[in-house]
Design a protein around this ligand. Structure first.
Ligand code: NDP
Length: 270
Protein backbone atom coordinates (compact mmCIF):
# COMPACT_ATOMS: atom_id res chain seq x y z
CA UNK A 1 0.00 0.00 0.00
CA UNK A 2 1.35 3.42 -0.99
CA UNK A 3 0.32 6.74 0.55
CA UNK A 4 -0.63 9.90 -1.35
CA UNK A 5 -2.07 13.26 -0.35
CA UNK A 6 -3.01 16.71 -1.61
CA UNK A 7 -1.26 19.68 0.00
CA UNK A 8 -3.15 22.97 0.05
CA UNK A 9 -4.43 25.82 2.19
CA UNK A 10 -7.38 25.62 2.31
CA UNK A 11 -7.71 21.99 1.27
CA UNK A 12 -10.95 20.78 2.87
CA UNK A 13 -12.95 21.55 -0.31
CA UNK A 14 -10.69 19.47 -2.58
CA UNK A 15 -12.35 16.81 -4.74
CA UNK A 16 -9.01 15.14 -5.53
CA UNK A 17 -9.17 12.54 -2.69
CA UNK A 18 -12.48 11.12 -3.88
CA UNK A 19 -11.37 11.17 -7.54
CA UNK A 20 -7.91 9.67 -7.00
CA UNK A 21 -9.18 7.05 -4.55
CA UNK A 22 -11.68 5.92 -7.22
CA UNK A 23 -8.77 5.67 -9.66
CA UNK A 24 -6.70 3.53 -7.30
CA UNK A 25 -9.68 1.24 -6.63
CA UNK A 26 -10.31 0.86 -10.36
CA UNK A 27 -6.68 -0.24 -10.72
CA UNK A 28 -7.23 -2.62 -7.76
CA UNK A 29 -4.62 -0.82 -5.67
CA UNK A 30 -5.22 -0.33 -1.94
CA UNK A 31 -3.30 2.98 -1.91
CA UNK A 32 -4.58 5.79 0.31
CA UNK A 33 -5.07 9.45 -0.70
CA UNK A 34 -5.66 12.08 1.99
CA UNK A 35 -5.81 15.87 2.37
CA UNK A 36 -2.99 17.70 4.14
CA UNK A 37 -3.41 21.30 5.23
CA UNK A 38 0.00 22.88 4.69
CA UNK A 39 0.56 26.18 6.45
CA UNK A 40 4.16 27.16 7.12
CA UNK A 41 5.73 23.68 7.38
CA UNK A 42 8.46 22.57 4.99
CA UNK A 43 6.71 20.61 2.22
CA UNK A 44 9.65 18.29 1.62
CA UNK A 45 10.05 17.41 5.32
CA UNK A 46 6.32 16.69 5.63
CA UNK A 47 6.32 14.64 2.40
CA UNK A 48 8.97 12.26 3.74
CA UNK A 49 7.67 12.31 7.34
CA UNK A 50 4.25 11.16 6.11
CA UNK A 51 5.94 8.36 4.13
CA UNK A 52 4.30 9.48 0.89
CA UNK A 53 4.91 7.94 -2.54
CA UNK A 54 3.38 10.93 -4.29
CA UNK A 55 1.25 14.02 -3.83
CA UNK A 56 -0.77 16.72 -5.53
CA UNK A 57 -0.22 20.35 -4.65
CA UNK A 58 -2.90 23.03 -4.89
CA UNK A 59 -3.37 26.73 -4.10
CA UNK A 60 -1.27 28.51 -2.83
CA UNK A 61 1.70 26.15 -2.81
CA UNK A 62 2.42 25.33 -6.48
CA UNK A 63 5.33 27.76 -6.85
CA UNK A 64 6.75 26.86 -3.43
CA UNK A 65 6.47 23.16 -4.39
CA UNK A 66 8.36 23.91 -7.62
CA UNK A 67 11.18 25.56 -5.66
CA UNK A 68 11.33 22.67 -3.15
CA UNK A 69 11.50 19.79 -5.68
CA UNK A 70 14.78 17.98 -6.41
CA UNK A 71 14.00 17.32 -10.08
CA UNK A 72 11.49 19.23 -12.23
CA UNK A 73 10.24 17.57 -15.41
CA UNK A 74 8.66 18.80 -18.69
CA UNK A 75 6.49 21.95 -19.01
CA UNK A 76 6.84 22.61 -15.27
CA UNK A 77 10.35 23.93 -15.91
CA UNK A 78 8.87 26.77 -17.97
CA UNK A 79 5.71 27.24 -15.86
CA UNK A 80 7.78 27.39 -12.65
CA UNK A 81 4.92 25.85 -10.67
CA UNK A 82 4.09 22.18 -10.02
CA UNK A 83 1.02 20.26 -8.90
CA UNK A 84 2.36 16.69 -8.77
CA UNK A 85 5.13 15.08 -6.71
CA UNK A 86 6.56 11.57 -7.10
CA UNK A 87 9.03 10.04 -4.68
CA UNK A 88 12.11 8.56 -6.32
CA UNK A 89 14.28 7.16 -3.51
CA UNK A 90 15.18 10.14 -1.32
CA UNK A 91 14.37 12.63 -4.09
CA UNK A 92 11.17 14.38 -5.15
CA UNK A 93 10.41 14.53 -8.87
CA UNK A 94 7.88 17.24 -9.79
CA UNK A 95 5.50 17.70 -12.74
CA UNK A 96 2.82 20.16 -13.78
CA UNK A 97 -0.23 18.28 -15.10
CA UNK A 98 -2.55 21.34 -15.27
CA UNK A 99 -1.39 22.15 -18.80
CA UNK A 100 -2.25 18.61 -19.95
CA UNK A 101 -5.60 18.82 -18.11
CA UNK A 102 -6.47 22.06 -19.87
CA UNK A 103 -5.55 20.82 -23.37
CA UNK A 104 -7.64 17.66 -22.87
CA UNK A 105 -10.55 19.74 -21.57
CA UNK A 106 -10.64 21.98 -24.67
CA UNK A 107 -10.08 19.15 -27.13
CA UNK A 108 -13.67 19.44 -28.38
CA UNK A 109 -13.20 23.14 -29.25
CA UNK A 110 -12.09 22.94 -32.87
CA UNK A 111 -10.97 24.59 -35.07
CA UNK A 112 -8.94 26.90 -32.86
CA UNK A 113 -6.39 29.48 -33.82
CA UNK A 114 -6.47 32.38 -31.33
CA UNK A 115 -7.06 32.23 -27.59
CA UNK A 116 -7.54 34.92 -24.94
CA UNK A 117 -6.66 33.98 -21.36
CA UNK A 118 -8.04 36.30 -18.68
CA UNK A 119 -5.88 36.08 -15.55
CA UNK A 120 -2.16 35.81 -14.99
CA UNK A 121 -1.74 33.48 -12.00
CA UNK A 122 -0.25 29.98 -11.85
CA UNK A 123 -3.12 28.43 -13.81
CA UNK A 124 -2.85 31.02 -16.60
CA UNK A 125 0.88 30.24 -16.82
CA UNK A 126 0.23 26.51 -17.27
CA UNK A 127 -2.41 27.24 -19.92
CA UNK A 128 -0.28 29.78 -21.82
CA UNK A 129 2.70 27.40 -21.96
CA UNK A 130 0.46 24.61 -23.30
CA UNK A 131 -1.16 26.87 -25.93
CA UNK A 132 2.19 28.23 -27.07
CA UNK A 133 3.53 24.67 -27.46
CA UNK A 134 0.45 23.94 -29.59
CA UNK A 135 1.31 26.97 -31.79
CA UNK A 136 -1.92 28.80 -31.01
CA UNK A 137 -1.92 32.59 -31.00
CA UNK A 138 -2.26 33.47 -27.34
CA UNK A 139 -3.08 36.72 -25.54
CA UNK A 140 -3.07 37.12 -21.77
CA UNK A 141 -5.13 39.89 -20.15
CA UNK A 142 -4.90 40.69 -16.45
CA UNK A 143 -6.40 43.41 -14.25
CA UNK A 144 -2.93 44.37 -13.01
CA UNK A 145 0.24 44.61 -15.10
CA UNK A 146 2.81 43.10 -12.74
CA UNK A 147 2.09 39.42 -13.35
CA UNK A 148 2.21 39.97 -17.13
CA UNK A 149 6.04 39.99 -17.06
CA UNK A 150 6.18 36.18 -17.12
CA UNK A 151 4.02 36.13 -20.27
CA UNK A 152 6.08 38.83 -21.98
CA UNK A 153 9.15 36.65 -21.38
CA UNK A 154 7.27 33.62 -22.71
CA UNK A 155 6.59 35.50 -25.93
CA UNK A 156 2.79 35.67 -25.94
CA UNK A 157 0.70 38.85 -26.34
CA UNK A 158 -0.21 40.67 -23.15
CA UNK A 159 -2.52 43.47 -22.09
CA UNK A 160 -4.27 44.74 -19.01
CA UNK A 161 -8.02 44.09 -19.06
CA UNK A 162 -8.61 47.85 -18.99
CA UNK A 163 -6.63 48.27 -22.21
CA UNK A 164 -7.93 45.21 -24.05
CA UNK A 165 -8.77 45.66 -27.71
CA UNK A 166 -12.41 44.62 -27.80
CA UNK A 167 -12.44 44.58 -31.62
CA UNK A 168 -9.99 41.69 -31.78
CA UNK A 169 -11.57 38.31 -32.53
CA UNK A 170 -10.62 35.34 -30.30
CA UNK A 171 -11.87 31.80 -31.07
CA UNK A 172 -11.68 30.82 -27.42
CA UNK A 173 -11.86 32.97 -24.26
CA UNK A 174 -10.66 31.40 -21.00
CA UNK A 175 -11.37 32.64 -17.47
CA UNK A 176 -8.26 31.74 -15.46
CA UNK A 177 -9.03 34.22 -12.67
CA UNK A 178 -10.75 33.40 -9.41
CA UNK A 179 -13.53 35.91 -10.22
CA UNK A 180 -16.81 34.04 -9.80
CA UNK A 181 -15.37 31.36 -7.51
CA UNK A 182 -16.70 32.71 -4.21
CA UNK A 183 -18.28 35.96 -5.46
CA UNK A 184 -20.41 37.22 -8.34
CA UNK A 185 -17.58 39.10 -10.06
CA UNK A 186 -16.82 39.14 -13.78
CA UNK A 187 -13.11 38.77 -14.63
CA UNK A 188 -13.17 42.20 -16.33
CA UNK A 189 -15.67 45.00 -16.92
CA UNK A 190 -18.97 43.45 -17.93
CA UNK A 191 -19.34 45.72 -20.92
CA UNK A 192 -15.87 44.96 -22.32
CA UNK A 193 -16.30 41.24 -21.68
CA UNK A 194 -19.58 41.19 -23.59
CA UNK A 195 -17.92 42.86 -26.56
CA UNK A 196 -15.02 40.37 -26.49
CA UNK A 197 -17.30 37.35 -26.16
CA UNK A 198 -19.69 38.44 -28.88
CA UNK A 199 -17.11 37.58 -31.54
CA UNK A 200 -15.82 34.38 -29.95
CA UNK A 201 -16.79 30.76 -30.67
CA UNK A 202 -15.98 29.02 -27.40
CA UNK A 203 -15.71 29.91 -23.72
CA UNK A 204 -13.94 27.97 -20.96
CA UNK A 205 -13.92 28.68 -17.22
CA UNK A 206 -11.24 27.02 -15.07
CA UNK A 207 -13.67 27.23 -12.14
CA UNK A 208 -15.82 24.12 -11.80
CA UNK A 209 -19.06 23.14 -10.12
CA UNK A 210 -20.73 26.53 -10.31
CA UNK A 211 -22.32 28.68 -13.02
CA UNK A 212 -20.06 31.74 -12.83
CA UNK A 213 -21.17 35.17 -14.17
CA UNK A 214 -18.58 34.58 -16.95
CA UNK A 215 -20.25 31.31 -18.04
CA UNK A 216 -23.72 32.82 -17.63
CA UNK A 217 -22.78 35.56 -20.08
CA UNK A 218 -21.54 32.97 -22.59
CA UNK A 219 -24.80 31.05 -22.22
CA UNK A 220 -26.80 34.25 -22.72
CA UNK A 221 -24.82 34.99 -25.89
CA UNK A 222 -25.38 31.44 -27.13
CA UNK A 223 -21.68 30.57 -27.19
CA UNK A 224 -20.51 26.99 -26.61
CA UNK A 225 -19.10 26.89 -23.07
CA UNK A 226 -17.57 24.53 -20.55
CA UNK A 227 -16.52 24.69 -16.91
CA UNK A 228 -13.24 23.42 -15.40
CA UNK A 229 -14.41 19.96 -14.38
CA UNK A 230 -12.64 18.15 -17.24
CA UNK A 231 -9.46 20.12 -16.55
CA UNK A 232 -9.56 18.90 -12.95
CA UNK A 233 -10.28 15.36 -14.14
CA UNK A 234 -7.47 15.16 -16.68
CA UNK A 235 -4.81 16.80 -14.50
CA UNK A 236 -5.69 14.04 -12.02
CA UNK A 237 -5.64 11.32 -14.69
CA UNK A 238 -2.14 12.40 -15.76
CA UNK A 239 -0.95 12.38 -12.12
CA UNK A 240 -2.41 8.87 -11.74
CA UNK A 241 -0.52 7.73 -14.86
CA UNK A 242 2.72 9.14 -13.46
CA UNK A 243 2.28 7.58 -10.01
CA UNK A 244 1.30 4.13 -11.27
CA UNK A 245 3.41 4.11 -14.44
CA UNK A 246 0.35 3.09 -16.47
CA UNK A 247 -1.61 4.51 -19.41
CA UNK A 248 -5.14 5.53 -18.43
CA UNK A 249 -7.89 3.41 -19.95
CA UNK A 250 -11.42 4.69 -20.67
CA UNK A 251 -12.55 2.61 -17.67
CA UNK A 252 -10.15 4.38 -15.32
CA UNK A 253 -11.11 7.82 -16.65
CA UNK A 254 -14.84 7.02 -16.27
CA UNK A 255 -14.35 5.79 -12.69
CA UNK A 256 -12.53 8.98 -11.76
CA UNK A 257 -15.12 11.14 -13.57
CA UNK A 258 -18.05 9.40 -11.87
CA UNK A 259 -16.50 9.88 -8.43
CA UNK A 260 -15.93 13.55 -9.20
CA UNK A 261 -19.47 14.07 -10.46
CA UNK A 262 -21.10 12.25 -7.53
CA UNK A 263 -19.25 14.57 -5.20
CA UNK A 264 -19.75 17.61 -7.40
CA UNK A 265 -23.52 17.18 -7.49
CA UNK A 266 -23.87 16.10 -11.12
CA UNK A 267 -24.69 12.47 -10.39
CA UNK A 268 -25.26 10.32 -13.43
CA UNK A 269 -23.92 12.64 -16.10
CA UNK A 270 -21.00 11.05 -17.91
P1 NDP B 1 -3.84 32.81 -8.65
O1 NDP B 1 -4.18 33.28 -7.28
O2 NDP B 1 -2.45 32.38 -8.95
O3 NDP B 1 -4.25 33.94 -9.72
C1 NDP B 1 -5.48 34.58 -9.64
C2 NDP B 1 -5.68 35.45 -10.87
O4 NDP B 1 -7.03 35.92 -10.84
C3 NDP B 1 -4.79 36.69 -10.93
O5 NDP B 1 -4.49 36.95 -12.28
C4 NDP B 1 -5.70 37.78 -10.34
O6 NDP B 1 -5.39 39.08 -10.83
C5 NDP B 1 -7.04 37.35 -10.92
N1 NDP B 1 -8.19 37.79 -10.14
C6 NDP B 1 -8.57 37.38 -8.90
N2 NDP B 1 -9.74 37.94 -8.56
C7 NDP B 1 -10.11 38.73 -9.60
C8 NDP B 1 -11.25 39.57 -9.85
N3 NDP B 1 -12.22 39.72 -8.95
N4 NDP B 1 -11.31 40.20 -11.05
C9 NDP B 1 -10.33 40.04 -11.96
N5 NDP B 1 -9.24 39.28 -11.79
C10 NDP B 1 -9.14 38.62 -10.61
O7 NDP B 1 -4.89 31.61 -8.94
P2 NDP B 1 -4.70 30.33 -9.86
O8 NDP B 1 -4.08 30.71 -11.14
O9 NDP B 1 -4.08 29.24 -9.07
O10 NDP B 1 -6.24 29.88 -10.09
C11 NDP B 1 -7.09 30.64 -10.94
C12 NDP B 1 -8.44 29.94 -11.04
O11 NDP B 1 -8.31 28.68 -11.69
C13 NDP B 1 -9.10 29.68 -9.68
O12 NDP B 1 -10.45 30.04 -9.77
C14 NDP B 1 -8.96 28.19 -9.49
O13 NDP B 1 -10.05 27.66 -8.76
C15 NDP B 1 -8.99 27.68 -10.94
N6 NDP B 1 -8.28 26.41 -11.13
C16 NDP B 1 -8.91 25.35 -11.72
C17 NDP B 1 -8.25 24.16 -11.95
C18 NDP B 1 -8.97 23.01 -12.56
O14 NDP B 1 -8.41 21.90 -12.59
N7 NDP B 1 -10.17 23.19 -13.07
C19 NDP B 1 -6.83 23.98 -11.62
C20 NDP B 1 -6.24 25.16 -11.01
C21 NDP B 1 -6.95 26.32 -10.78
P3 NDP B 1 -4.24 40.01 -10.11
O15 NDP B 1 -2.93 39.50 -10.65
O16 NDP B 1 -4.59 41.36 -10.58
O17 NDP B 1 -4.39 39.81 -8.64
Amino acid sequence: MNKYTIFGNPVSHSLSPVMQTAGFRHLQLDNTYDKTLLTDENIKDIFFKLGLSGANITVPHKEYAYNSADIVVGDAKTIKAVNTYIRQGDKIVAHNTDSYGFMMAIDEFRPLSSVLIIGAGGTARAIAVALKSANLTTTVANRTAKKLEFFDMLGVNTTTTDNINTNHKYDLVVNATSAGLCDSDYPMSQDKLRRVLTDSKYVFDCIYGTMTPFLSMAKQLNIKYKDGEDMLLYQGVKAMELWTNTKATKGLINSMRSALRDKNGKQGEL
